[in-house]
Design a protein around this ligand. Structure first.
Ligand code: BYC
Length: 470
């Protein structure tokens, strides 16, 4: 048994594939170097109560124990194969799925996998310093759980690149460790993954809105006719659910604490009580929802049409549709025309990004309803909302146009004058950053966030989720 078979839990029979093993043996030390350079800073020696995936069997991905993060067992798992699976959409609909890369679509497929892969280390880099200002050991442990799982998701994509894309794939896996979130020279591929995440409100917004893009992209890739990609992403989705829980419940606890203070002190300004006011929370929603919408790509996209036609990337729950060819039909988009903004019909295949995004938006609406229920329970009339989909966009038909969060068109000058009303402004950031004081004592929590309703795996909130080395 090889060192890696021993160290890396897997269900891909690593030990029997010498070529793959060699490739991973070459990549693994570089990954570890990256983790030490760019992974959570300042906690390398501490033991964290983490969940590690040890198999895809029911319960096998829910093994909990104390772990030093650099020794986390980053594994490679594919969901079990489905017998006689066929391509579910596009030009090859009904044909057997591919177990090898279809030559004519190699570049397109590699690009999808690299783009997906790039987001995983990017998010770890964005969150690198957060542990040092965590509001409780419970929250810090959740951050690290998310971080190690993003590391595992990178391994999942690296496995595909090494196994199926030869030398090009190997080179891509090196570049994945070279790009850096926010770098001017070698930035990460997608916009949201170059945004700084320097406070915990941003972290929870990211897990709510950006990880939820991850869910929809993974669901679309889980439909793929390239079976190894489908099986890998299906397993990744089991972990993604927890990340969204961390985000949604995190924001909810911040909202709850602000409302609790407002209600108890008959105040109208949560900041006076050292909490984060709902208006600031709204501006963070405006930012993270809009940058996450950009992650779906342009509303009208020939790339999306091509990957749908090739059977590589489908729609969310493709089986719900009757027509899997999408050759007929159209999708309505409000876009600039010769006479100003107008509704246009675009061919369905070109609208695949917009269709996937619509499912995402509906999902986000439900999150907002749950946060608003918390506010309502305190009898406070304020309501949080999602900004209009045209607001603050950098990609797609609304990029380089200006809209307020209600979707009213603005001139560039009006936008510049009112930007601070819509998006986190300098004062907001300074205020929120100032609250980020670390709490490392078990059972204690920062003033600006409520305790969670439950601890991890039935343990109390007071449990020592992070054992700090003296
Ligand atoms: N930023 O045809 P278009 C996750 C580029 S998150 C910068 O409109 P397409 C996670 C695009 O590359 C999920 N550039 O869009 C969450 C293209 O460039 P070229 C990640 C952008 O290609 C939290 C041009 O603009 N997974 O897992 O259909 C933590 C025109 O593009 C952006 C995936 O993304 C942007 N936002 O769609 C950890 C799935 N958007 O060709 C992890 C795989 C577009 O002109 N990726 N561009 O050079 C895809 O399916 C597609 O690449 C995209 C873009 C949906 C992202």
């Amino acid at each position: 048994m090889s060192l890696y078979d021993d160290k890396i839990p897997n269900n891909v029979n690593l030990s029997s594939d010498k070529r793959l093993l060699r490739a991973l043996e070459h990549w693994q030390p570089n990954y570890m170097k990256w983790w030490y350079d760019m992974g959570p800073a300042g906690f390398e020696a501490d033991r964290i109560y983490l969940r590690t995936a040890v198999s895809v069997e029911p319960g096998g991905w829910a093994h909990f124990d104390y772990v030093h993060m650099p020794e986390y067992r980053w594994g490679i798992f594919l969901a079990p194969p489905e017998e006689d699976r066929t391509v579910g959409f596009g030009d090859f609909c009904g044909k057997p799925v591919w177990q090898e890369v279809p030559g004519e679509f190699r570049n397109m497929l590699q690009r999808l996998i690299v783009t997906q892969a790039d987001t995983e280390p990017a998010s770890v880099e964005q969150q690198r310093l957060l542990g040092q200002s965590g509001p409780s050991l419970y929250d810090i442990r959740n951050l690290f759980q998310v971080n190690v799982e993003e590391g595992r998701h990178l391994w999942a994509m690296v496995y595909l690149l090494h196994s199926y894309f030869g030398r090009d794939g190997r080179e891509e896996t090196e570049e994945l460790l070279e790009r850096r979130s926010g770098s001017a020279e070698k930035p990460r591929i997608l916009g949201a993954f170059n945004e700084p995440i320097e406070d915990w409100l941003s972290f929870y917004m990211f897990c709510t809105f950006t990880d939820r893009d991850g869910k929809y992209q993974l669901l679309a890739l889980a439909e793929s006719g390239f079976d190894p990609l489908s099986r890998t992403t299906r397993f990744m989705l089991t972990e993604e659910a927890h990340h969204m829980f961390v985000g949604e419940s995190g924001v909810n606890r911040i909202v709850e604490r602000a409302c609790e203070m407002l209600a108890a002190k008959h105040q109208d300004d949560a900041r006076r009580e050292g909490c984060i006011d709902l208006e600031t929370i709204q501006r963070y929603i405006n930012l993270w929802f809009s940058v996450s919408l950009d992650l779906f790509g342009g509303e009208v996209s020939s790339n999306a049409a091509s990957s749908f036609a090739a059977g590589l990337k489908g729609r969310f729950q493709e089986a719900r549709y009757e027509d899997h060819l999408a050759l007929a039909g159209s999708y309505k988009i409000w876009q600039p025309g010769p006479e100003g903004w107008e509704e246009a019909d675009i061919p369905l295949r070109n609208a695949m990004n917009a269709i996937l995004r619509d499912g995402y938006v509906a999902d986000c609406e439900k999150v907002l309803e749950r946060w608003n229920r918390t506010i309502e329970n305190f009898g406070i009339p304020f309501r949080l909302c999602l900004p209009d989909q045209r607001f603050n966009r950098r990609i797609g038909v609304y990029a380089s146009h200006f809209f307020d969060p209600s979707g009213h068109a603005l001139t560039k000058k009006q936008w510049e004058g009112r930007r601070d009303e819509f998006l986190p402004n300098e004062k907001d950031r300074a205020y929120v950053t100032n609250l980020m004081v670390p709490i490392f004592e078990p059972g204690k929590i920062a003033n600006w966030i409520a305790k969670p309703a439950h601890g991890i795996k039935g343990l109390p909130f007071e449990f020592e989720y992070v054992r700090r080395e003296p």
